[in-house]
Design a protein. Sequence first.
Length: 75
Amino acid sequence: MTLADTNVGEISRILSIQDDTHLKRRLYDLGFFPGNLVECVLISPFQSPILYKVNGALIALRFLDAQKIEVTYEA
């Protein structure tokens, strides 16, 4: 499952990021690294961007970028 597959209000744990370019480094800098919890806060009408809460900060990601983050569902 990817971060883009989550629904509003769901909390998931990051497993990995499937990208080896500068995007992976940027996501790490924003707090999207393996083991962190992420909550989906808002999905825009056209599915991009999507607002997530990670480490207490609200971060908007493009749908295509969220598809590169593998997650598992948390309770």
